[in-house]
Design a protein. Structure first.
Lengths: 304, 263
């Protein structure tokens, strides 16, 4: 067969494909980006009229939330902020140590054969719909919380925190385990060769080397906890009490939006107030991510 | 005539990985304060052998070690011997430099911080800040790295060149105050200049330490080693003075390897 001699000319059909693909990829990226801007625009656009009626100071410091009062509606976000933080803190306190322990066990301690089925097993928890977890909490978990902690009401911040922890753990384990798995074996060998025990190796060599991934796992899980709506709405009792007592019912910001948006007349002050709550929630989760980025950047600078 | 007692006495050593018989009936005596080189083609069991001396093979799943390795008169595979305690007293340097993602100081201080030290009366102490500084300085000086890094001990070890990282790993091993140091192809990832520095260091370390080095590079063995052992397919083929091994090998297999006809 005769070999075709190349002419080094322009192949227009290939060049056209290149342009087409780049263009299509750019449009995909643009869609993702514009969604973010649309959300931000919607939150701000609807919040501005609210802040013309109620000052930002009153909104942030007011300790009563009662937007539907016929004569004196109150728009103090404090109880919602407290409720959200309280439930997230409870979830974090439970989930962070357990998640970290489980990921260390899977990555460093478990037999490789066991590890292969252990990890997917934990990941299944992440695939349980949050409404199902909420149901589980309300029907079964609540009984135990009643017996052990004797709370003020059956639905309370503690119950919400526990079920949020259940949702945080698989996210944390998946990411943290991957981070520890990515630590090269040569570092473990270095530590063992210096006479370190397995626990010393985990604590002083593996965990520090995987630190950024572990922080990321915690932050992502916390972000999930702060924004989680369904399970929290079902379990926390949804009373806008301004309390840090985990045995009392609380109303979180996501739950507020879920419950009260359908009740508010479109365009009313209540309606706009809920967008202001949404904006605050967005700012909090955004700030959590920024803080995480700064921590990670500083860590990388120090050790890379 | 005084017959020196060997520092390490290996008797009838057999190693299996699952069903693979990796080392077969190895008997060898390693003399104190000498450099002993282990040479042989890839897969001949060199690394497996050296990893038996500090029980690193214990960490490999499915690995069985039979026979005895006696260090200073004590069988490290004997009953009641803790592998962690063995590794605390034998230094090891690996093929690729493997510093921790920590500062230069913290890399060296890693083991001293964990182990502390034992004084003349046999009491156990942990290092205070000043003592830790001294150990780090001493180790870096002994590994001929102090001059190059003394002004940036708090900087990441990852900023060092490959050769410097490897000397850092040597310093880190020295910080546990071992009497034996194992080198598993320490120069295989280094350029010739960095390699020459490590070789100079090895010869210098011989004054105080018993050195075992696995190497792919026969010239390296010829340059630094007092004695050389040739392994082939898991068996110790020949062991003797380096000069003799390279100039008048007794076995055909050894000759074939060192003349480059095999391996």
């Amino acid at each position: 067969m005769a070999k075709k001699v190349s002419t080094y000319g322009v192949d227009y059909s290939r060049r056209f494909t290149e342009i087409l693909v780049s263009g299509a990829l750019f449009i995909c990226m643009l869609i993702c980006l514009s969604v973010l801007f649309l959300i931000f625009w919607m939150l701000i656009g609807n919040s501005i009229p609210f802040f013309e009626e109620v000052s930002v100071y009153d909104f942030l410091t007011g300790d009563q939330w009662n937007p539907f009062h016929p004569n004196y509606p109150l728009f103090g976000v404090q109880p919602l902020l407290t409720g959200t933080l309280l439930v997230s803190i409870i979830a974090g306190v439970i989930a962070i140590p357990i998640g970290l322990g489980a990921s260390i066990y899977i990555s460093e301690v478990a037999d490789p054969k066991v590890k292969n089925w252990l990890k997917p097993f934990i990941e299944i928890i992440a695939s349980v719909p949050s409404v199902v977890l909420g149901l589980f909490a309300v029907i079964i978990l609540a009984d135990y919380v009643m017996i052990i902690f004797d709370p003020y009401s059956r639905l309370n911040a503690l119950l919400g925190g526990i079920i949020l922890a259940v949702m945080m753990i698989p996210i944390q384990v998946t990411i943290a385990e991957e981070a520890m798995n990515a630590v090269p074996n040569s570092l473990r060998e270095a530590s063992y060769a210096l006479g370190a025990t397995r626990w010393e190796t985990i604590r002083h060599a593996v965990v520090p080397a995987a630190f950024s991934g572990i922080v990321a796992s915690i932050v992502l899980a916390l972000g999930r906890a702060i924004g989680e709506t369904m399970a929290v709405t079902m379990t926390t009792g949804n009373a806008a009490l301004n309390t840090w007592n985990p045995l009392y019912p609380v109303l979180t910001m996501p739950a507020t939006l879920a419950i009260e948006i359908p009740e508010a007349a479109s365009g009313s002050l209540q309606y706009q107030a809920l967008f202001a709550v949404g904006l605050l929630l967005f700012i909090i989760t955004f700030a959590v991510n920024i803080v995480a980025d700064i921590v990670l950047a500083r860590y990388r600078e120090a050790y890379k | 005539m005084v017959i020196p007692i060997p520092k390490i006495e290996v008797q009838d050593l057999n190693v299996y990985f699952e069903k693979n018989h990796a080392l077969k009936n190895v008997d060898i005596n390693i003399e104190e304060k000498e450099i002993t080189a282990i040479i042989g083609p890839s897969g001949c069991g060199k690394s497996t052998f050296i990893r038996c001396v500090n029980r690193m093979n214990d960490l490999v799943l499915g690995c069985t070690v039979k026979g005895s390795v006696t260090v200073d008169g004590k069988d490290i595979y004997g009953k009641g011997v803790d592998a962690v305690e063995v590794r605390k007293r034998i230094g090891m340097v690996f093929q690729r430099p493997n510093p921790f993602p920590k500062s230069i100081f913290e890399n060296i201080a890693y083991a001293p911080r964990l182990h502390g030290f034992v004084d003349e009366e046999g009491k156990h102490h942990s290092y205070n800040k000043q003592q830790l500084k001294e150990v780090v300085e001493w180790s870096l000086k002994r590994a001929a790295l102090w001059e190059e890094v003394s002004d940036r001990l708090d900087k990441s070890a990852y900023n060092l060149s490959g050769g410097q990282q490897q000397r850092l790993c040597i310093a880190r091993a020295l910080a546990i105050k071992p009497e034996i140091i194992l080198f598993d192809e320490p120069c295989s990832a280094l350029d010739p200049i960095a390699t020459a520095k490590i070789e100079d260091l090895l010869i210098d370390l011989k004054k105080d330490y018993t050195v075992l080095i696995v190497t792919h590079n026969m010239q390296q063995a010829a340059r630094v080693a007092d004695r050389t052992a040739y392994f082939y397919l898991g068996e110790l083929i020949e062991f003797g003075e380096t000069k003799q091994i390279f100039e008048r090998p007794e076995k055909d297999l050894t000759e074939q390897y060192i003349t480059g006809r095999m391996g």
